[in-house]
Design a binder for this molecule. Structure first.
Ligand code: NAD
Length: 655
């Protein structure tokens, strides 16, 4: 590659951008390491380019135009491809190169991955440059120096820049600040929400962008205290007769039913779910609470396996609460997700620290308020408020178990942190469910049903239909009908009873949808309806259908989590099975056919936790909910979901 002459200023800007990718202290030295390499390149050079927003923006544009991802994907093995494409084909300019490096670094999910990607980043330079920079870096031992220095992040960074003799330190971070926001458009669907620097969470209405309220974030010290209080209160709660705990939960259920309309409105206002769907969720969660209250008691009863008698050792099993449970929640179904864990955890005698999503905090606070008013002791269920950092601090606190619902990327981090202390984790993660429409169904009926599965809650469901495969014989009829249904959806004010599609809950998701559509189109897809944002304040995206899609496109491989879907032809059932399984996620799959045996044959062949025949995007408290592979670990709902919160004790009774 030619033209790589980073100035000190560029290097610092790049460093700031890369710092955005740092999410744990472990990541930090690695990221700084990459920064230092950039700085090394610039020693003794005067600044040549000053980065500002428009420079970065132009670089992003240029990268898009160069169809980098298509070229990289078209060439098989990734690292080799990148090097080839960038060195020999793209001829990137300095800012384009820097932006690209940042984009790749932002994908890293673990220290190991960040390291790998950092190395990949080096590989974009001319090989001689890389070799020399690495040698110089090794001599200076920046990473080791950082590892030895405790203390505040920025101070460590600045000191090292000065010590490295690269550039004066003071204005570096501030000067780079505006640039950081510019890389947001490439945020991935499964990327954790950026840390709020402030001590309060500003909650905004996604339908208008207007502020609703600010809520104080729980600081780390408070989290520690809350967990300690939960630990002190748990033994008494756990020792109460089941009926005492159940009656508090029943009272909560009654209060929730009485205040259902207000609760639904809180959710609609803070996350944009159409009001009729918020009401449906509150109504449906009441049944889940009832089911748990009716069943958890019997699962706590001790079990005698063999009676003890002369010459035979008696065997018995008893069940005890796990202790202090952390529940970290997603926002998309805030009642289901929270209460699927909290209710069985409380009924089985555990104390719970509940961190609602930063996009459904008011709903979470209301739920806990209802519980306290219903007689659940204030220390037995407590709220932790905040975004990712508040969640990370809860996982690191003295809890016995973490129940997490969220993206695959965050789930892995949570599991890694929990592994440090060897505590239990339950992970309910993302999905990328496919639906197969066979040749023996009525196209119009199937189109309606599949559209419901794909667009309910704006497609923001872990088990939403995310990919549609249609048998050749019915493809045209299905597509015409499907596009009719989708383009006729009533998009608008989520507080209006008639609205079917509201805004997206998260602003960053708009960028993900843009990026997936751009990637698909660069690989040959066609938009047949929608395809872009709706131009009004708030997070609006038109319901979108693409055709001529295939499995190499992000749209088909990754979780979309929005009102955008691709429809692909398949030739027969075997083709459908192969394509339905073309995903790292394993939450569910749906088959639409008039032949139940055919559906069971297809669904039985798939590596998914939920099998849907002529339906989709459904969960039931009576059935286990257990995603496979990237969709999660452990089980919620059903008897198994209650047992999640119990530890077994085996008794060997002789005499
Ligand atoms: P997310 O991963 O961004 O956040 C989930 C929760 O984790 C939030 O409360 C967030 O504040 C917290 N968090 C972020 N970083 C953290 C960290 N480092 N340590 C601890 N906690 C951290 O996901 P989201 O946007 O809230 O939810 C959408 C995702 O959830 C989608 O992938 C969706 O498929 C998935 N989901 C899965 C299920 C399921 O049952 N499998 C249900 C609902 C949602």
């Amino acid at each position: 590659m030619t033209d790589l002459t980073l100035s000190g200023e560029e290097a610092r800007v790049l460093g700031c951008l890369m710092e955005k990718a740092v999410t744990t202290p472990d990541h930090y030295p690695l990221s700084v390491n990459a920064l230092m390499n950039a700085c090394n390149q610039t020693t003794n050079r005067e600044p040549v380019v000053a980065y500002d927003e428009s420079t970065i923006e132009r670089a992003l544009e240029a990268l898009r135009d160069k169809n980098l991802s298509r070229r990289v994907r078209a060439t098989g093995q990734r690292v080799v491809k990148h090097r080839h494409v960038i060195d020999e084909t793209l001829q990137l300019t300095v800012p384009e190169f820097a932006v690209l490096g940042v984009l790749l670094l932002r994908d890293a999910q673990t220290p190991g991955e960040l390291k790998q990607r950092t190395e990949r980043w080096h590989s974009f330079r001319s090989l001689d440059d890389v070799e020399q920079a690495l040698e110089r870096l090794a001599g200076r031992g920046y990473a080791e120096q950082l590892a030895r220095r405790p203390g505040q992040k920025e101070a460590r960074w600045r000191t090292l820049i000065v010590e490295g003799g690269v550039a004066p330190a003071e204005p570096a971070v501030a000067a780079a600040a505006p640039v950081v926001t510019v890389v947001e458009p490439v945020a991935r669907v499964d990327e954790p929400v950026p840390e709020p620097a402030a001590r309060s969470l500003d909650i905004r209405n996604p339908a208008s962008g207007e502020p609703i309220r600010s809520v104080a974030v729980t600081e780390d010290g408070e989290t520690t205290q809350k967990v300690a209080r939960a630990r002190r209160s748990q033994p008494d709660w756990g020792a109460r007769p089941y009926e005492a705990r159940a009656s508090a939960v029943r009272a909560f259920r009654e209060l929730l039913a009485a205040e259902a309309e207000e609760c639904a409105r809180i959710t609609t206002e803070e996350m944009g779910k159409p009001i009729t769907q918020s009401r449906n969720e509150v109504r449906a969660v009441l049944d889940r609470v009832d089911w748990n209250v009716a069943h958890a008691g019997e699962l706590l009863a001790p079990r005698t396996v063999t009676e003890s008698s002369a010459g035979a050792v008696g065997e018995r099993i008893t069940y005890e609460p796990v202790g202090v449970v952390a529940h970290i929640s997603a926002w998309n179904y805030p009642y289901f997700v929270a209460l699927n864990s909290i209710v069985p955890a409380l009924l089985t005698g555990n104390a719970v620290l509940y961190k609602p999503s930063e996009h459904a905090t008011l709903t979470g606070l209301r739920l806990v308020d209802l519980m306290h008013r219903s007689g659940v002791p204030v220390d037995v269920i407590q709220t932790i408020v905040g975004a990712g950092p508040a969640g990370a601090s809860l996982v690191a606190a003295d809890v016995d178990m973490v129940c997490f619902t969220g993206s695959y990327a965050t789930g892995r981090r949570v599991a890694q942190s929990a592994a440090e202390r060897l505590i239990w984790v339950q992970l309910e993660l993302g999905g990328n469910d496919g639906a197969y429409v066979a040749d023996d169904v009525d196209a119009d009926t199937a189109a309606l049903a599949v559209a419901e599965g794909a667009f309910y809650n704006g497609g923001q469901s872990c088990s939403a239909v995310e990919r549609i495969y249609v048998h050749d014989a019915i493809f045209e009829a299905f597509l015409a009908s499907f596009v009719d249904v989708v383009s006729g959806m009533r998009v608008g004010d989520p507080t209006d009873d008639k609205t079917e599609l509201g805004p997206l809950a998260r602003t960053a998701q708009l960028d993900v949808l843009d990026a997936q559509i751009a990637d698909a189109c660069s690989l040959g897809a066609r938009v047949v309806c929608g395809g872009e944002r709706i131009d009004r304040p708030g997070n609006w995206f038109a319901p979108t259908v693409l055709v001529d899609v295939h499995g190499a496109m992000q749209l088909m491989r990754e979780e979309t989590f929005g009102p955008v879907i691709g429809v692909q032809r398949v030739h027969d059932d075997a083709d459908a099975i192969a394509k339905l399984d073309e995903s790292d996620y394993g939450l569910g799959a749906a088959v639409f056919t008039s032949d139940r045996a055919r559906a069971e044959r297809i669904l039985g062949a798939l590596d998914v936790g939920n099998a849907y025949w002529n339906t989709s995007d459904r969960s039931s408290v009576r059935l286990p909910w257990a995603g496979r592979r990237h969709s999660g670990l452990g089980v919620s709902m059903s008897d198994s979901g209650v047992r999640t919160f119990l530890r077994e004790k085996s008794w060997h009774l002789s005499g």
